[in-house]
Write a protein that binds this ligand. Structure first.
Ligand SMILES: C[S@@+](CC[C@H](N)C(=O)[O-])C[C@H]1O[C@@H](n2cnc3c(N)ncnc32)[C@H](O)[C@@H]1O
Length: 255
């Protein structure tokens, strides 16, 4: 072997050693050895070796257990884990009863029975297409308010108000009727359901004395009406109209 081939061999050996030194670490879990192994064993067991005896049988912490400062932070509680994002918007209120319009002859009878004048303020709770509100404003020249939760009905009512040129007297609002303050009304019209009429009693009791409530087809269990009349509507079908005057006469009081 010449000097130059010896030199080449040396370079080759040096390169190989260098490559071994740079080899990536094994990804497989390695056996715990030495001090690490004994610390892990002590942490796992209350039965210590002579080198790591617990001070009492009840002490499970090894003497050299990591302090809380080096312990991983405790997992956050359920409430702490709540995402910081804003709460989702509340579901829009759905109608408690579907839209069925009151025939015009029944609307006329309801307002007549309530003896509406231009000085009254009429509230139609669940106004549908706004026909009661429009009729009250147009026929009696009074202020009238219609409330509904259905955006489609609100749109129809507003169009109806505009078409009939009563925008100066009639107001339509998208609101849940069970959240309304009725203290400014003195005529309330209803075409809902018997159970919804009953649910409205606490609000209706806040009406001024002498206010009138008229309901198409449905009574108000527990409250005695002042009048009940029947009207022939479209197709000859008889419609009932109930009238109550405030203060309401609870049936227990009248018995
Ligand atoms: C049977 S329709 C009566 C419509 C109109 N008052 C009439 O007599 O022609 C009942 C109306 O009440 C509305 N409604 C139901 N639940 C409601 C609520 N909680 N708040 C407001 N409107 C509601 C419905 O969207 C529907 O338009």
């Amino acid at each position: 072997m010449t000097m130059s081939s010896k030199g080449m061999t040396c370079i080759w050996v040096v390169v190989c050693l260098g490559l071994v030194g740079c080899a990536p670490e094994k990804t497989e879990p390695q056996k715990t050895t030495g001090a690490k192994a004994s610390a892990a064993k002590r942490a796992d067991s209350t039965v210590g070796s002579a080198a790591a005896q617990p001070t009492s049988p009840s002490t499970s912490q090894p003497q050299n257990a990591p302090s809380s400062a080096t312990m991983p932070a405790p997992a956050p509680t359920q409430t702490e884990q709540k995402p910081a994002a804003a709460e989702p918007a509340a579901e829009p209120k759905r109608p408690d009863v579907i839209f069925v319009p009151t025939p015009q002859e029944v609307v006329d009878k309801m307002l007549e029975l309530a003896q509406v004048t231009k000085d009254d303020v009429v509230y139609d709770l669940g106004c549908g297409d706004g026909r009661i509100v429009v009729t009250a404003a147009k026929k009696f020249g009074c202020k009238a308010f219609g409330f509904d939760v259905d955006p489609e009905r609100i749109q129809e009512s507003k169009e109806n108000v505009e078409k009939n040129g009563v925008g100066n007297l009639a107001t339509i609002e998208q609101k849940d009727i069970f959240t309304l303050d009725l203290s400014k009304a003195n005529v309330v019209t209803l075409y809902l359901l018997p159970s919804l009429n009953v649910k409205l009693i606490p609000q209706l009791e806040k009406l001024k004395p002498g206010s009138r409530i008229v309901s198409h087809d449905f009574d108000m269990r527990g409250v005695t009406p002042d009048k009940v009349v029947t009207v022939d509507g479209d197709g000859g079908y008889g419609h009932t109209v109930y009238l109550w005057t405030t203060p309401l006469k609870k049936e227990t009081e009248t018995k």
